[in-house]
Design a protein around this ligand. Structure first.
Ligand SMILES: [Ca+2]
Length: 371
């Protein structure tokens, strides 16, 4: 990069030298007698519709024609900054600024704008992170990429939050972390040189996924020593709670309560402990849901759940009568995490009570607990 900076410094000095006058800079933008002209190229072609402006002054501006030509008149002698900017339909833009010194009509000849950077649609979108990537700039005076994030599409350097700076021209990916679940985020990358912006990308957005508080809620990960689903513990009449590989709702593992007639009135539980306390947002509403399938004549069962911190936070039960035996159905509960609770961890228990004296089989799969 040192070599590139060095050569750009020389280029800028040549520009300055070529247009510097002996009388030196007054930085006076008041009306003068000179004109500044040039021809602008983009990716090897004359660029139409580029806005050129001197010192940001309203009456010292022009837009390039179909041959890429511009002429700004009434320029006073002295040092000025010429800014060239081209906006594209997708909100991407490319720009470059030149320091110029004027003491007569000045033709800047051929000026090339760097290619606008394409920001790709976010990938690997999770509940709290997503991966951003963009195309390389072709600007030889590249200094850094600056990636900004915002919660709406009105995204620029002032409204956005700077989340990443990369000074390597080929370092064009970044995983943004610590995002909120179920939230939409917008991104834009700016390309900078030592003097300012060289362009801005299009704006992309994505919505983060729900945060599933439950680990291994689909029971697909099996502990090799116990043979039971990882993160889960069965208790109560554990000999009747087994892992099943056939006819699961999804994947090749689910939990089967295989209960004989003599077990009427007994309780069967699986639990997940050590749920990190910071995973819940206090005051937020959560949905606990899962799939179940019941067979046997016992259509009268109750699901229970208990969410426990230092003490029970929420518990409910649901008498379930599946509309059709042997068909997967959904069960769900909603609850709110109360304010003021600060347990060291949470514990979630899911239970079953059978009321009738009959053989039943109950499969459960795809448990989730989402904000
Ligand atoms: Ca499963």
């Amino acid at each position: 990069m040192k070599t590139a900076f060095h050569s750009i410094t020389i280029v800028m000095l040549i520009f300055t030298a070529a247009y510097t006058t002996s009388c030196g800079g007054s930085n006076d933008s008041s009306v003068g007698n000179f004109q500044v002209s040039g021809r602008i190229f983009y990716q090897g072609q004359p660029l139409e519709g580029a806005q050129t402006v001197i010192d940001g002054t309203a009456n010292l501006r022009d837009t390039t024609d179909s041959d890429g030509l511009f002429t700004i008149t009434d320029v006073a002698s002295g040092d000025h900054e010429l800014n060239i900017l081209k906006s594209f339909g997708n909100e991407a833009f490319t720009e470059r600024s030149y320091s110029i010194a004027v003491n007569n009509d000045t033709d800047m000849k051929t000026l090339e704008l760097p290619g606008a950077v394409d920001l790709n649609e976010p990938q690997d979108v999770g509940s709290e992170s997503m991966l951003l990537s963009w195309s390389f700039t072709d600007a030889q005076d590249f200094r850094e990429y600056k990636l900004y994030r915002h919660t709406s599409s009105g995204l620029d350097e002032t409204t956005g939050t700077l989340v990443h700076v990369s000074t390597e021209i080929d370092a064009v990916t970044f995983t943004d972390k610590d995002l909120e679940p179920l939230s939409e985020y917008f991104y834009r990358v700016y390309v900078m040189n030592n003097f300012g912006r060289l362009g801005g990308s299009n704006i992309v957005s994505a919505t983060t996924l729900n945060l599933n508080v439950i680990q291994n809620g689909n029971f697909e990960q099996i502990d090799s020593s116990s043979g039971f689903a990882r993160q889960w513990t069965a208790y109560g009449f554990t000999e009747d709670i087994v892992m099943e590989e056939n006819d699961c709702y999804e994947g090749s593992h689910c939990v089967l309560y295989d209960i004989g007639a003599e077990n009427d009135g007994r309780e069967y539980w699986i639990e997940q402990t050590d749920i990190a306390p910071d995973i819940f947002v206090k005051g937020a509403r959560y949905l606990l849901s899962g799939r179940y399938k019941l067979s046997g004549s016992g259509s009268d069962i109750s699901f229970y759940y208990i969410l426990r911190g230092d003490e029970d936070i929420s518990n409910e039960w649901d008498n379930t009568h599946p509309s059709q035996e042997g068909v997967w159905e959904e069960v769900s509960f909603e609850f709110t995490i109360p304010q003021g609770e600060s347990p060291s961890n949470y514990q979630l228990m899911l239970g079953l009570i059978k009321w009738t004296e009959s053989d039943i089989q109950l499969w459960i799969d795809n448990l989730s607990l989402e904000k």
